[in-house]
Ligand binder design. Structure first.
Ligand code: BTN
Length: 326
């Protein structure tokens, strides 16, 4: 680990408290001037570090720059095995995640970006990913699943995000099948799972689960400004939340992945799904068909009943859906 990263780790562990420069130097077996250089470099990266003459350095409590060092202290249990890579800007964490997965990156590798220049959503859409007001991350998984079961991964991630939002932001989060997390009537998070097939055994080679959460995002592009929202849209959070939020999603995802085959988490997915019982429009290519959403089945498909009373279980790849607004 670079000296800069080691200094950041110690400052994060002592966030809000002043750490003596000589003590830091002693602990890391380097000179005081190396510590000073590392602090300068961190400040240049935007970290709010106060240097107090004859006292030392203090990472201010309100510093909300995400780093591996700021996330790791919040990881619990199996989630501590995730390998975090935090970047300032990337085209898309999913694109990078797929490249790394194809080269053999370990299960549990997480690519986190503070900004994406080409964030991608489902159905070829883009995902608005401005600098620092949201967080964008992708997790490489290698689950023992068939391709048709990959819907289970997206739904597990949606439950993990909804739980994390409630814990960290203290607001109720619901899910719009299959991959959108809502707070009140605004979409605050989108999830994109991309998988690669192992042709020899028909199972998944890897899956990359991409999650984008709008934390304080404002000024959404015209085409989404009526539907998109953020966790703290009115006033900023009084304390930094981003690192805790990412860690909570990872903690919850590790738990949900354990119940992927016994599907326990699906009960919670159903409870949070606000489409069940609603009149919707199923969009299949050029056709729009009125239907009622009646259930989420054991494969996480949306079960709908059409007006002629026929029933169909929908896979996310096949359709778009829209609740009918009254
Ligand atoms: C959607 O709403 O259609 C899905 C949006 C998924 C966005 C996330 S942000 C992190 C990851 N990288 C991407 O390019 N997309 C996903």
């Amino acid at each position: 680990m670079e000296i800069k990263q080691q200094v950041l780790k110690i400052l994060e562990e002592n966030r809000g408290n002043t750490i003596n420069g000589s003590k830091l130097a002693e602990e890391l077996f380097v000179t005081r001037s190396s510590i000073w250089k590392a602090v300068k470099a961190l400040q240049k990266d935007g970290y709010s570090i106060k240097a107090v003459t004859n006292k030392g350095y203090c990472l201010l409590a309100n510093n909300d720059i995400v780093s591996s060092e700021s996330i790791i202290p919040f990881l619990k249990g199996e989630a501590s095995n995730f390998i975090l890579d935090v970047l300032q800007t990337v085209n898309s964490t999913n694109t990078l995640g797929k490249e790394l997965a194809a080269k053999g990156a370990r299960e549990g590798t997480v690519i986190i970006a503070r900004e994406q220049t080409e964030g991608r959503g489902r159905m070829g859409r883009s995902f608005y990913s401005p600098n620092s007001s949201g967080i964008y991350f992708s997790i490489i998984l290698r689950p023992k699943l068939n391709l048709e079961d990959s819907l289970l991964i997206t739904t597990a991630a949606a439950v993990a995000v909804a739980q994390a939002i409630e814990t960290v932001a203290g607001v109720k989060a619901s899910i719009k099948w299959v991959n959108d997390v809502f707070v009140e009537d605004r979409k605050v998070c989108g999830i994109l799972t991309e998988a690669s097939l192992n042709f020899e055994n028909g199972g998944l080679e890897y899956a990359v689960v991409g999650i984008g959460i709008n934390i304080e995002t404002k000024d959404f592009p015209e085409e989404i400004h009526k539907t998109a929202g953020s966790l703290f849209s009115d006033k900023p959070s009084s304390s930094p939340v981003t690192s805790m939020l990412v860690a909570e999603v990872l903690n919850n995802l590790a738990n949900c992945m354990n119940s992927l085959t016994d599907k326990q988490y699906l009960e919670e997915y159903r409870r949070r799904s606000f489409l069940i019982g609603k009149d919707i429009i199923v969009i299949k290519g050029a056709k729009t068909i009125p239907a009622k959403a009646i259930d989420i089945d054991e494969k996480a498909r949306l079960v709908v009943e059409y007006e002629d009373h026929t029933i169909e279980a929908l896979n996310s790849g096949e359709v778009s859906i829209r609740p009918i607004l009254i």
